[in-house]
Design a protein around this ligand. Structure first.
Ligand code: FPP
Length: 236
């Protein structure tokens, strides 16, 4: 049974398996992403209902540009469709949209759509929905390190001031709690350049379900598994 008093504050998701889901049905990869988008919508609703404070999804990595141009542009079209269809409901549910990653490099219509979602929901106080887009954790850490180095070089900061808090504050996730739980679907057990710094003490739950098949029941089960773990943060 889910313990509603111990819902993780921050859940991060690696939504893997859309391509295999489509291949199993003889469908194009984009049909898998379309089904993945529908799955994402349901998980956002469930997480918000459960009282998760931050839900972070890995939607497009800095490495995903290597995929065929049609697949890449198709994913961005789906993203625009998602915002068009869901923004009113997200806003109605008091969800605040936030983007992690260098999303300015996405096609201009996708950037405009994302900015509309940021603007519309900026005052909301419910769950924060973090969409990682053109996100890579190593690059995020490098950007943060450079920003700190510039502060030191210009005399605005001492090198001694570069501590864990300063580093955390220089990442895309500044001000957010670290993820308590990272879920990856499709049976793969890798982090794939996602939240490397932030997941130092996260619990990991791996599901064999392909992402489009990962529904609210699987999400609840992952949280139950998390609740059954003893977190020690390096202590005894
Ligand atoms: C991984 O599956 C999924 C992605 C790279 C894209 C994630 C996109 C969505 C869930 C839908 C669109 C929603 C937004 C917000 C853009 P994969 O293609 O790597 O699957 P495979 O490993 O089976 O090939």
């Amino acid at each position: 049974m889910l313990d509603f008093a111990r819902i993780p504050a921050h859940v991060a998701l690696v939504m893997d398996g859309n391509g295999r889901w489509a291949a199993k049905r003889g469908l194009p990869r984009l049909s898998g992403h379309n089904a993945g988008m529908a799955a994402m919508k349901k998980i956002v609703e469930r997480a918000s209902q459960l009282g998760v404070r931050h839900l972070t999804v890995y939607a497009f990595s800095t490495e995903n540009w290597k995929r065929g141009g049609d697949e890449v542009s198709g994913i961005f079209r789906l993203l625009i469709l998602y915002v068009d269809r869901e923004l009113a409901e997200l806003h109605g549910n008091n969800v605040k949209v936030h983007i992690l990653g260098d999303y300015g490099k996405l096609p201009p219509d996708a950037v405009a759509s994302l900015e509309k979602s940021l603007e519309t929901t900026k005052g909301n106080t419910g769950m924060q929905f973090n969409i990682a887009l053109n996100y890579g954790s190593r690059l995020e850490i490098l950007r943060g390190a450079r920003a700190l180095a510039e502060k030191v070089a210009s005399g605005r900061m001492d090198a001694d001031g570069i501590d864990e808090a300063a580093m955390s504050d220089s990442l895309y996730t500044a001000g957010m709690p670290d993820p308590d739980l990272v879920i990856r679907t499709s049976g793969e057990r890798r982090l794939s350049n996602f939240l490397l710094w932030q997941s130092a003490y996260s619990e990991f739950v791996f599901s064999d379900a392909l992402w489009p098949d990962f529904g609210p029941d699987e999400f609840d089960r992952a949280i139950e598994e998390y609740q059954g773990r003893a977190r020690r943060f390096g202590g005894r």
